[in-house]
Design a protein around this ligand. Structure first.
Ligand code: 4HQ
Length: 211
């Protein structure tokens, strides 16, 4: 799953430029039995399987160093957002731990995890996409990854508002007109209008962001 998305576009360029050093590891490489068993049934019964502690402890203890932040991906984690992305972008080494289908044996949480993150309140089939979401959001914040244009655009919206409406040519399309003032060339007025629109849109779509 990781091969496609992380070998495209901005992430690909960041890796090639040496701005991001990213490695994928297989938990099965840290098993010792013939079947490379990584999971087992929960004590006490119940549906589903859990990732066994031994391969996870071995893998994480092998891969982590002093500076490593070990992060589990699961719906039980704290909600990932832009502030957490910024915080993680300042770390030297992240180890993102994802399960396929399964949850984690609680001892992994207690002894190995520095943090547990969720990308949102929905259930996915596995933690690969959440890990890639975190990688993507963090990578674009690393120095040198984005062009000046993209970076400064980003900063102007870190104000915590949604984007104002934007239009490109043609000035009229299927009878729908671009707001006249955007064509006026009056930059002070345009700036004011955009600020108003951003506020209105945020109030309507995401009132939680204004609190
Ligand atoms: N899963 N945010 C179940 C998620 C998830 C999420 C990952 C599915 C873990 C066991 N992870 N596995 N939402 O839904 O992070």
């Amino acid at each position: 799953m990781f091969a496609g998305p992380l070998d495209e576009s901005i992430i690909k360029r960041a890796r090639e430029a040496g701005l991001l050093d990213l490695k994928i590891h297989q938990l099965r490489d840290y098993t010792h039995d013939r079947h490379k068993t990584v999971d087992d049934r929960p004590f006490g019964g119940g549906p589903g399987m859990l990732l066994k502690p031994e391969p996870l402890f071995e893998a994480i203890e092998d891969l982590r160093r002093k500076s490593t932040r070990v992060i589990l991906l699961s719906p039980a984690g704290r909600k990932f957002d832009q502030a957490i992305a910024r915080e993680l972008a300042g770390q030297k080494h992240l180890l993102l731990v994802t399960g396929h289908y399964e949850g984690f044996d609680e001892r992994v949480r207690e002894k190995l995890a520095d943090d547990e993150l969720s990308i949102g309140d929905y259930v996915l089939t596995n933690g690969a996409l959440p890990a890639m979401v975190v990688i993507d959001a963090v990578t674009r914040l690393l120095p040198g990854v984005l062009g000046d244009d993209e970076s400064s655009r980003d900063e102007s919206f870190s104000a915590g508002l949604l984007e104002y409406p934007q239009y490109t040519r043609p000035a009229e399309f299927r009878g729908m007109k671009v707001p006249g003032m955007l064509l006026s060339g009056n930059h002070a007025e345009i700036k004011k209008w955009r600020a108003e629109q951003a506020k209105l849109r945020t109030k309507w779509q995401r009132p939680d962001l204004l609190k």
